[in-house]
Every structure is written in C-alpha cells, then in structure tokens.
Design a binder for this molecule. Structure first.
Ligand SMILES: Cc1cc2nc3c(=O)[nH]c(=O)nc-3n(C[C@H](O)[C@H](O)[C@H](O)COP(=O)(O)O)c2cc1C
Length: 353
C-alpha cells in the first residue's frame, strides 16, 4: 500500500511537508521541500481562489515534484445569540490599546469553499487533502476521476472509518501531539486526543487504505516509530517551524525557542475551534473573562486584525502560537539540514545521499 501511494506520487521517501495555513509555508518554502524530495503541501484554507492559483503556479515554477493542496471543509455553525456582541465588546479595549479600529466581523468570515475548490481543481495538484469533516463521496469520486489522490483526516477510528467510506485514497491520522487545529469532526475535541502512534496502529490495523501519521514527529527516531507502527507516510509540521525558510513571524519562531519550558494546550480563543499551541496573554485574558467564544470561522475572523498587528509589531501575545507538543525539539537550522538528518536517522537515506 505504501509503495503504491509513493509510486503514484513519484516519491522515494514517505514524507509529507504538513499543510500549514496562515503564512508558515510561503511558496519558496514549499518549493524547497519539493527539491528535498518531500510531498509539498499548500495549506490553502484561508486563501481566496486567485491566491491559490498564484501560489500553486509559483511553486510549480520554482520546483518540480508532487503537490498537495489542503482545504478546510465548511464547518460553520451559527453563533448563539449575544456571543459575537460580547466578544466584540471584550476585544474593543484590546484594539484601542493596539491602535486598531474597533473590532468587527469581516464579511464573509471565511473564503467561499466552492470557489476554493474550483481553484484547487484548476491547479491540478497530485493530491487534495481535507480536514474538519468528512469529504462528500461525490466530491471524492470527482477528484479521483481527475487523477487527484484524495486524503481525509481523522483523530480517532470512527472518523477514519467515515472518511474511508467516502472513498478517500489515504487517511491522515492526526494524533493528540499535532500542532494547529484539530481535525476532529465526530465527538468532542477532548475525546479525539489519541497519541499518534496508538492512533496509527489502531487505524492501520482496521482499514485497508494507507495511513499518514501526523503529530509529534520531530526527528528520525519518531519517524521510524510511526512507520513501524504501520504508517505508509509521515506528515511533519512543527519540526519545520523554526527553519529560516519558514514564513512564520520571527516573534512566533522565537517563542518556540524561548518558551521551551511551557506546555502546549488546546486553544479555542483565537479561532473558535480547538487548536494546539502555546497559551499567551490574549488566550488567558479570554479564558479569565469567562466569555463564550464564537465558533469557527467567526472568532477567527474577529481576531484577524489583532493577529495582523502582532505580526506587524512582533508581539507574541497578539499571535496564535500554533505548535505541537514536540516544539522544544524544533531546530533553528535550514530546511535541508532538518530533512537530511531526519531521513538519515530514520534509515531512509544513505549517509552520502
Ligand atoms: C502552524 C500550523 C498550521 C497548520 N495548519 C493546518 C492546515 O491548514 N491544514 C491542516 O490540515 N493541518 C494544519 N496543521 C496541522 C499539520 O498539517 C500537521 O498535521 C501537524 O503539524 C503535525 O503535527 P506536528 O506539528 O507535531 O508535526 C497546522 C499545524 C501548524 C503547526
């Protein structure tokens, strides 16, 4: 199964550069991953269709190799009455303090999924991966008919069974350790926190589609353990976040280095959906206020301006500091060095490769 997936992708190593929406992976970063022999992923969830088209074209122009385009499936639920107004009232003094205009909910709060799908199909990626739900069987069949490998994501067995039943070619097993948003779509986020190696073994033991392990894979020893647990491929996110090629603001990268003692948590305050990262002054303030957080994507849209300010002025208390549990092992060295060391340690390349 693993061989089949790799040969369809034209890859010689079973490693996926994780999709990471929000600026961590500019086209030059993804192109470098392709040159290093990885499957590159464009985390396109927050992009308008023309940005998806432009970034995919730029990656193709810079390097050859297989490309995955990743989107969030629509998952909006209407906020309860009064919740948005209370959050805007809470945010108003934070905006004033930051020198920003009063907070509001941008309309639309998230790019239109149909438009994003059109851009994805036009870009003809080798793979399309989806999170935050079970992709519709009709959509999966249509993409497969166009020669695109389709991947869903699961945080426990019932979700893996659901995406497999929809016809996907492979499933990402997102373990509890993973940085960023949880893929959970059945049951609570807390219940969907299975450690990566257990999750991989459980899913690989039950389903006959390839499993892509994601979460806490920080070095070659971790990668080898995931492959030995039954993964066909591994997906690496946090281990790449401190590389100079990464597009994260310096304040975010520095926080991962400086905060090596802090523990990551499931955070809802920035986006309205549980995501793993480091708590900061903003997340603690919302928590202390005891406020109900509007659901994704509304809260994500409300906090967009404050995060933009955090990026502009380099303030880690105004940034969503996404990272996985293993962040203190992320190295501030070039991508090529992280990848070469990881592959060698995992026994996936010769020392002279
Ligand atoms: C900054 C950041 C952004 C992320 N954005 C996305 C995303 O847009 N889509 C997605 O499917 N997963 C996203 N993830 C999850 C990664 O694809 C991957 O599953 C995770 O990073 C693996 O765990 P690790 O961070 O411990 O390596 C994100 C993770 C991080 C750290």
């Amino acid at each position: 199964m693993s061989e089949d997936l790799l040969s369809r992708l034209g890859l010689s190593v079973p490693v996926v550069q994780a999709p990471m929406a929000g600026g961590a992976t500019p086209p030059a970063f993804i192109a470098e991953c392709l040159r290093l022999g990885l499957l590159g992923s464009l985390g396109a969830a927050y992009m308008k269709p023309d940005t998806i088209a432009a970034q995919a074209a730029e990656i193709r122009a810079r390097a050859s190799g297989p490309l995955n385009i990743n989107l969030f499936l629509p998952c909006a639920v209407p906020p309860a009455p009064g919740v948005v107004e209370a959050m805007l009232d809470f945010m108003a003094p934070l905006h004033a303090e930051a020198g920003l205009a009063p907070p509001h909910v941008p309309d639309p709060p998230h790019p239109d999924f149909a438009g994003q799908m059109e851009a994805l199909r036009a870009a003809r990626p080798e793979m399309a991966s989806f999170v935050f739900g079970c992709p519709d069987a009709g959509l999966v069949a249509a993409l497969k008919a166009e020669g695109i490998i389709v991947v869903g994501a699961a945080t426990h067995l019932a979700e893996a069974e659901a995406v497999a039943a929809a016809g996907v070619d492979a499933v990402v097993a997102q373990g509890a350790e993973a940085g960023g948003h949880r893929a959970t779509f059945i049951g609570s986020f807390e219940a969907g926190q299975v450690p990566t190696l257990d999750l991989v073994a459980r899913i690989a033991g039950r389903l006959d589609i390839p499993v892509i392990a994601a979460g806490g894979l920080m070095d070659g020893v971790d990668v080898r353990a995931a492959l030995d647990a039954g993964a066909a491929m591994v997906q690496i996110g946090t281990a790449l976040l401190r590389t100079p090629e990464c597009g994260l603001p310096a304040a975010h990268r520095d926080a991962l280095g400086a905060g090596a003692g802090a523990t990551t948590a499931l955070i809802r305050e920035w986006s309205g959906r549980a995501a793993r990262g480091l708590p900061n002054r903003f997340t603690r303030a919302v928590e202390d206020a005891g406020l109900a957080v509007p659901p994704f994507p509304v809260q994500n849209a409300i906090t967009q301006a404050l995060r933009g300010k955090g990026r502009a002025v380099g303030d880690p208390d105004r940034l969503a500091l996404w990272c996985g549990t293993g962040y203190s092992r992320a190295k501030a060295v070039p991508l090529a060095d992280v990848v070469a060391e990881m592959l060698f340690e995992a026994g996936l390349t010769s020392p002279n490769h």
